[in-house]
Ligand binder design. Structure first.
Ligand code: NAD
Ligand code: DAU
Length: 354
């Protein structure tokens, strides 16, 4: 691929996207990074305050569901590569309102694929790449043993997972049918700074801080594999630069936790950090009605990316979870803004693309 690249990162104002944008802007000054984001409730430009003034960074507000917009965008900016993270990402919301997931995750992905195909077709797909970021939830649910490999059959079980599975299939279909160089990675649960406090870890931290009940679905027996967001960003960097078009890479932390054990760990660390008597946060744990169709266990076999691209998570879980808690404790205003929705109005006034 040519040296000076124009890279479109979609969903760069969200949780994982903002870490990926920051990494690419700082590490690759000879690339220009275009961050395309609709700024839904989950998109927050405050996540990139330390990056937004860099010369090789441009923010574009827009909706990937609007095909006219995505076509025009690709013909004006002539991107060399796409790293596609924009999505509706929360399983509980997909159970309540699946249509938004169908629109953004499926139609939005096809709009980007079409715009890329039309532009890159001219140069016979030389030196270009469409990198689609996906989830381990496409593989369904595991029992007490086993791991998802890149060969595991797809068996999505929530509207969110089905919409992501559909987008993965479409990316592969465009690769096989039209020859678009495309790569996909499927990752386990991320945690770290800037995650919207509807997801288990930031929700628990925020509720402990505010002395609110800690909702644990069902008996808290479900298991997730947790990966620090900066480790996911470093894997994305490697897959983007060294991954083989047509291939899929699973990314995971080899770090499985039962939800109840994870919530109890957060409680004990928070008791210490907030100088509260031991056990006071755990007394907030409240078992609530289970998520419908709640997948029992996810776990990733990440040996392919370990072996082929020499990727491994950098730090330990305890150290990274402490860093995450510290970030939420020292970014009170960020938490207040995202939970009140005020930042949305503020940024709406500042950025309009069309
Ligand atoms: P997020 O919800 O924090 O951010 C999503 C971003 O996409 C937001 O900035 C939002 O404004 C933007 N967006 C949503 N709809 C859009 C639209 N129609 N047009 C343009 N922008 C739009 O999500 P996240 O947790 O950072 O996840 C990012 C990606 O990684 C998603 O594709 C998700 O499926 C995938 N993923 C997430 C995890 C995880 O644990 N969070 C794990 C594996 C894979
Ligand atoms: O596995 C990757 C996926 O991880 C990503 O693709 C999704 O975008 C991301 O949201 C995440 O999905 P989960 O549903 O696993 O994450 P969530 O934080 O919503 O829930 C984690 C576990 O905790 C899950 O078993 C449900 C449970 N839970 C969640 C919430 C919000 C609770 O027990 N109580 C809660 O309040």
């Amino acid at each position: 691929m040519k040296e000076a690249k124009k890279i479109l990162i979609t969903g760069g104002a969200g949780f994982i996207g903002s870490h990926v944008v920051r990494l690419f802007v700082k590490k690759y000054p000879h690339y220009h990074i275009y961050n395309l984001d609709k700024l839904t409730y989950a998109g927050n430009l405050a996540n990139l305050r330390d990056t937004e003034k860099e010369k090789n960074y441009t923010f574009i507000k827009g909706d990937i569901v609007d095909a006219g917009f995505t076509d025009e965008l690709f013909s004006s900016y002539r991107f060399d590569a796409v790293i596609h993270l924009a999505a509706e990402s929360h399983v509980d919301r997909s159970i309540v309102s699946p249509m938004e997931f169908i629109r953004t995750n499926i139609t939005g992905t096809v709009n980007l694929l079409n715009a890329a195909k039309n532009l890159w077709n001219e140069s016979k797909y030389e030196d270009v790449l469409f990198y689609h970021i996906s989830t381990d939830e496409v593989y369904g649910s595991l029992g007490t043993s086993g791991l998802f490999t890149e060969e595991s059959p797809y068996s999505p079980r929530s509207p969110y997972a089905a919409s992501k599975a559909s987008s993965d299939h479409l990316v592969r279909a465009y690769h096989h049918t039209y020859g678009i160089p495309a790569v996909i990675s499927n990752c386990s649960n991320n945690y770290g700074p800037c995650q919207f406090p509807e997801k288990l870890i930031p929700l628990t931290i925020n509720n402990i801080k505010n002395n609110k009940p800690l909702p644990v679905y069902g008996k808290g027996e479900n298991i997730r594999d947790w990966l620090y967001v900066e480790d996911h960003a470093s894997a994305i960097d490697l897959v983007f630069h060294k991954g083989k078009p047509g291939e899929t890479y699973n990314i995971g932390g080899e770090n499985e936790w039962k939800n109840i054990d994870l919530v109890k760990l957060l409680c004990s660390i928070m008791d210490k950090k907030m100088s509260r008597p031991e056990g006071s946060s755990a007394s907030l744990i409240t078992f609530v009605k289970d998520r419908p169709g709640h997948d029992i266990r996810y776990a990733i076999d990440a040996s392919k990316i370990h072996k082929e691209l020499s990727w491994s998570p950098a730090g330990g879980f305890r150290e990274n979870i402490e860093k995450t808690i510290d970030w939420y404790l020292s970014n009170e205003q960020w938490l207040k803004d995202v939970t009140s929705g005020d930042y949305q109005k503020y940024y709406e006034q500042q950025y309009t693309h069309r």
